[in-house]
Design a protein around this ligand. Structure first.
Ligand SMILES: NC(=O)c1ccc[n+]([C@@H]2O[C@H](COP(=O)([O-])OP(=O)(O)OC[C@H]3O[C@@H](n4cnc5c(N)ncnc54)[C@H](O)[C@@H]3O)[C@@H](O)[C@H]2O)c1
Ligand SMILES: [Zn+2]
Length: 399
């Protein structure tokens, strides 16, 4: 370790400042399959066992109540019986409410921490979450804060959590009405996405997640964007091959950003993958989360695509193309709440821009588009152009 003496000129004393430095290489498998708990398939047992194949691994499941109809307790028990040389199910799965409900009240996280304690989950046992992004976020937090972090496996069950949030390194719950206020950066032990779960998703939920694939294609991968356009009908009708490729390619692009983007724990103020998100966050808040995240992101994408055209970054007509894709998938591209104004008469959306900057914790960085497939970062937004973009979306929706 190097020491760097610093001369404190005033009192002629020397301070010793040691530069502590180490890095921790993170790696975890992100797998896509069908039939995860089919006893004939060994993938789950192998991933849990890792390179410790000669012992039994203690597992505790926490499951989204939205999956109540799938008879998961029985399927998991049968799977563990079939792989009992590697796996030990230490208790019946715990159920927690799905969706934002589980993130709104810290009591749910505390209940999970209590169960982790009661079942003596140590740092070599596994807490396994099955559910949508909200449940994964809350369980991830409980796992990361029990014993300063127990092994945590995520089994995402929505399109959005399979193609975006589930592959990441963050968890959080809401606090005093502030979204994702209490949370940590804690990479999972593994992410296992079983496409079979998507079949029970309500239609609106299944469409909503596609917005994140459109988002990441627009800023990172033109070929993928063109593929989405070509396969829009297959995607809108959930044809398995198209849906699976959309989920996998989107997840790959998100994984690439986390691993190669240079800022996995978001120390800087850019959020390169938050294209379309600054207005989406505000719309979700304005509608008290009645508009789903993916639905809000679709509107945010349309708004920022139009803004990109009006500010001269993107050729005229490309915005229309994006809107046609979103609408064919089943999204709306306008919501009246976007026009609401605060007490001083200011467009709530522009207040949202300030809030987004605060959320970034530094310089405002917004990703726009310079072509379909290439993001372009700007550090200011023109309120007048935001207003014009909004008017365009409204006129287009009502025509
Ligand atoms: N950690 C991150 O990096 C990150 C990133 C983006 C979003 N998120 C979070 O993800 C959450 C949204 O997650 P989401 O879009 O996955 O939805 P969700 O978790 O809110 O779930 C939506 C609904 O679907 C139900 N459900 C889940 N899987 C189901 C299935 N297979 N069949 C039937 N019903 C099912 C749930 O019970 C819930 O009622 C938000 O809280 C958001 O903040 C986290
Ligand atoms: Zn998102």
């Amino acid at each position: 370790m190097k020491t760097k003496p610093v001369d404190t000129a005033q009192d002629d004393e020397t301070a010793f400042v040691y530069q502590q430095k180490f890095s921790v290489p993170y790696h975890y498998p992100v797998a896509f399959m069908r039939g995860l708990f089919d006893p004939a398939k060994g993938l789950f047992a192998e991933i849990v066992a890792g390179d410790e194949a000669d012992k039994r691994h203690r597992c505790f499941f926490i499951i989204d109540e939205g999956l109540a109809d799938l008879d998961l307790d029985q399927k998991i028990a049968t799977y563990f019986d079939a792989h009992s040389e590697k796996l030990e199910l230490i208790a019946a799965p715990m159920r927690v409410p799905g969706g934002e409900v589980v993130k709104k009240d810290l009591a749910h996280v505390e209940r999970m921490q209590s169960a982790i304690h009661t079942h003596a989950i140590d740092r070599h046992s596994y807490v396994i979450a099955i559910g949508g992004g909200a449940v994964l976020d809350a369980v991830g937090l409980a796992a990361a804060t029990s014993h300063r972090g127990v092994r945590h496996i995520r089994i995402p069950t929505t399109v959005l959590s399979q193609n975006d949030s589930g592959v990441g390194v963050k968890n959080a719950v809401n606090f005093k009405g502030i979204k994702n206020y209490i949370g940590t950066f804690a990479p999972p032990w593994a992410v296992l996405s079983d496409f079979d779960f998507l079949k029970s998703l309500p239609r609106a939920e299944r469409v909503a997640g596609i917005a994140e694939a459109v988002k990441v294609a627009l800023i990172r991968d033109r070929d993928f964007y063109l593929w989405l356009e070509e396969n829009v009908d297959a995607l809108a009708t959930f044809q398995p091959q198209a849906e699976e490729y959309m989920v996998r390619r989107s997840a790959e692009l998100h994984m690439h950003q986390i691993a190669q983007g240079g800022d996995p724990f978001e120390m800087g103020s850019a959020r390169p993958l938050d294209f379309g998100h600054w207005s989406a966050h505000k719309l979700e808040a304005l509608t008290n989360h009645h508009v789903r995240h993916g639905e809000a992101v679709a509107i945010g994408i349309a708004l920022d695509a139009r803004y990109s055209v009006l500010s001269g970054l993107l050729p005229e007509g490309e915005d229309e193309r994006v809107v046609v894709l979103l609408e064919t998938l089943g999204f709306r591209i306008f919501h009246p709440a976007l026009e609401s104004r605060d007490a001083s008469g200011r467009l709530a959306l522009l207040v949202g821009l300030d809030e987004f900057q605060e959320h970034l914790g530094g310089e405002l960085t917004i990703t726009l588009l310079s072509e379909l497939g290439t993001g372009f970062e700007v550090h200011s937004m023109d309120g007048e152009i935001v207003q014009q973009s909004l008017s365009w979306l409204k006129a287009r929706e009502n025509r």
